[in-house]
Design a protein around this ligand. Structure first.
Ligand code: NAD
Length: 321
């Protein structure tokens, strides 16, 4: 049995710990103090319950997984014997750099050290460690215990061996890793998400459609297709000549600004920051974030289970039309 240590036992730390324990790893959580680590163990157990009730983990494995979780009092105890350490502390470069230096000195050089950073460069985070070849980013997408995607980002010094070890480990954890070979802002999926958000804001800004209709167009259209039909599969399927013709006529009208759109900036300047202040693109006194989150958290595992059941079933039989 492998030992995995999660450093930083907040929202992401608890959900990553749940995934690790559900894959039968002894999983240790450590934070600034023991109390926070203890409460993360309780949160991770709740994540496992949710994985179980969503059909992602069978009952017997869920019960074993809960017992594999523990909290540690110190970094030394937490990392002792770990083959993999994943850092999930707040998104501050200095903090992560200091932590990586500490982890580098406390662990055996064969231990893989990964960061869950959303946007910082792993090459920068690991710039002062003695063995940068064993470092990489493993960016779990929120909610980490339900969304299959994990981006494995290689830093300038990350070895191929570390990358493959992480990829194989994440596959064994039931995740869907993708390897990002250059250490750039936005990694892979966030580059695409930001391009969508930029255009969505632009459409509202120019009066082409309301915020609600923008979200509806994505949720009721391409969003439903994307889990099984990626954009590059799409253009190959329709024909690249057609895809090129559409791009030639549409791209000149899309937003290509390198700054956030004015519809976004103006709301920020007015203090309309979305759900947390009550108004953003929507009026949150009449819209419920809790209900949206609840639908999302029920939809994702259901969709994952359905896709997995369909995998392999999409091949036409030799006699089918
Ligand atoms: N929240 C998201 O949706 C999301 C998604 C993907 C990735 N991430 C990334 O994951 C990381 C963690 O995010 P989060 O939302 O879980 O943050 P969080 O604030 O919920 O948790 C961070 C935890 O780290 C602890 N901590 C702070 N300094 C520490 C130290 N020196 N040593 C040990 N523990 C320390 C804090 O006490 C806290 O419990 C960030 O890099 C973030 O960008 C977040």
């Amino acid at each position: 049995m492998q030992q995995v240590t999660i450093v930083g036992a907040g929202m992401m730390g608890a959900s990553i710990a749940a995934v690790s324990a559900a894959a039968a790893n002894r999983t240790v959580l450590v934070d600034l103090d023991r109390e926070r680590a203890d409460s993360a163990v309780a949160n991770a157990r709740r994540c496992i319950d949710q994985m179980h009730s969503s059909g992602l983990v069978p009952c017997d494995r869920a019960e074993v997984a809960k017992k594999l979780l523990s909290a540690a009092d110190s970094f030394e105890t937490a990392v002792s014997g770990a083959s993999l350490v994943i850092e999930a502390v707040p998104e501050q470069l200095r903090l992560k750099q200091n932590l990586f230096r500490t982890l580098d000195s406390l662990t055996d050089p064969t231990t893989t050290i990964a960061s869950n950073t959303s946007g910082l460069r792993i090459s920068e985070i690991a710039k002062d460690v003695q063995y940068p070849e064993r470092t990489a980013t493993t960016h779990f997408w929120f909610p980490g215990h339900l969304v299959p995607l994990v981006e494995v980002v290689m830093g300038e010094h990350t070895s191929e061996e570390t990358t493959q070890t992480l990829r194989v480990t994440l596959l064994a954890w039931g995740k869907t890793p993708v390897v990002v070979r250059r250490d750039l802002p936005g990694q892979l999926a966030n580059r695409i998400l930001q391009a969508i958000i930029r255009e969505a804001v632009h459409i509202v800004e120019t009066g082409l459609a309301s915020a609600e209709d923008v979200d509806t167009a994505i949720k009721a259209g391409m969003g439903l297709r994307f889990p099984v039909w990626g954009p590059l599969e799409h253009i190959d399927a329709v024909g690249l000549d057609l895809a090129r013709a559409v791009q030639e006529s549409v791209l000149p009208y899309l937003n290509n600004s390198t700054a956030p759109g004015t519809a976004l900036t103006q709301r920020c300047e007015n203090g309309d920051l979305g759900w947390k202040t009550g108004t953003g693109f929507y009026d949150w006194s009449v819209k419920s974030k809790e209900s949206l989150s609840c639908i999302r958290d029920r939809f994702i595992p259901g969709a994952v289970a359905l896709i997995r059941s369909l995998e392999g079933a999409g091949q036409p039989s030799p006699t089918a039309e």
